[in-house]
Design a protein around this ligand. Structure first.
Ligand code: COA
Length: 254
């Protein structure tokens, strides 16, 4: 495993902890590789019956490391792609415990979790429009499937912040609990799941995901095409430069 992704099997619940708290658990390339390997290994490991995903420290995840795009040579697939596929294809229950910031990929991963528990401090955002980018991880489909077309469109177009109560109201989260109780609550629920035979859990997940998977594949293909058009565009460069320079982006001249 990697220093960026901690892994611990607790009686059949594999607890995966995104571990880069000084960067709000923003996912760099090494962490994407670790995530891909962890989900592939968890699928194949008969002692894992459920995965619980969480972030170290006060925040779940600030999404793709915005500085990491430069690490991937042009023409080479960004390691995000294969990690995202491993999560989409993961065939056992996936529970998430989410507090603080859940932004970009730190939000869209949640739409593939079977159950999401959030802390009261949740601040979730789909920042793609503000970054001059397009949604990823099949979220352009999954968010609509989870919360409805208009609510999804509003969150994507405005890039507004979603708090814990709204996440619960919209059905992005199954429950809100105080931050201090979040991990314990999510772990207890994951343990309830992990009591049951893994083959049964797998069959249930297969049935639940059956209708979604082809649509997710189509969404990811469309998103990748859009991302190729937008990544490195003047508006994308302005957005990332502004983030690094800690100033608001200025799209007025573009
Ligand atoms: N990529 C790279 N670095 C990131 C990051 C990201 N996605 N998100 C946060 N960080 C870094 C910051 O640069 C900062 O690093 P520094 O201390 O070396 O300067 C550190 O993490 C702390 O972040 P900061 O912005 O100071 O914390 P905050 O509490 O003010 O805000 C967020 C937290 C999550 C709201 C804010 O960091 C943010 O909006 N991040 C960008 C998220 C994003 O757009 N992700 C989508 C990628 S598609």
């Amino acid at each position: 495993m990697s220093e960026y992704l901690l892994s611990e099997n607790r009686d059949g619940v594999l607890v995966l902890t995104l571990n880069r708290p000084e960067k709000k658990n923003a996912i760099n390339n090494a962490m994407w590789v670790a995530l891909r390997e962890a989900f592939s290994a968890a699928a194949a490991d008969p002692t894992v019956r459920c995965v619980l995903l969480r972030g170290a420290g006060e925040h779940f995840c600030a999404g793709v490391d915005l500085a990491s795009f430069a690490e991937t040579p042009p023409g080479e697939e960004h390691p995000f792609e294969s990690a995202a596929r491993a999560v989409v294809e993961f065939d056992k229950p996936l529970v998430a415990a989410v507090q603080g910031a859940a932004v970009g990929g730190g939000a869209t991963v949640l739409f593939h979790a079977d159950i999401v528990y959030v802390g009261e401090s949740l601040r979730l955002r789909l920042p793609f429009a503000s970054l001059g980018l397009v949604p990823e991880w099949g979220s352009s489909y999954m968010l609509q499937a989870n919360i409805g077309a208009q609510r999804a469109a509003e969150l994507f177009y405005t890039a507004e912040w979603v708090d814990a109560d709204k996440a619960l109201d919209y059905g992005i989260a199954a429950a809100v609990v105080p931050d201090a109780d979040l991990f314990g609550h999510a772990l207890a629920k994951a343990a309830e799941i992990a009591r049951w035979p893994v083959n049964s859990l797998r069959e249930i997940k297969r049935s639940l995901r059956l209708h979604h998977l082809p649509a997710i594949d189509a969404a990811i293909a469309a998103e990748q095409a859009g991302m190729q058009r937008q990544a490195g565009s003047p508006e994308n460069i302005e957005a990332i430069t502004a983030f690094m320079e800690r100033r608001p982006p200025d799209f007025s001249k573009l």
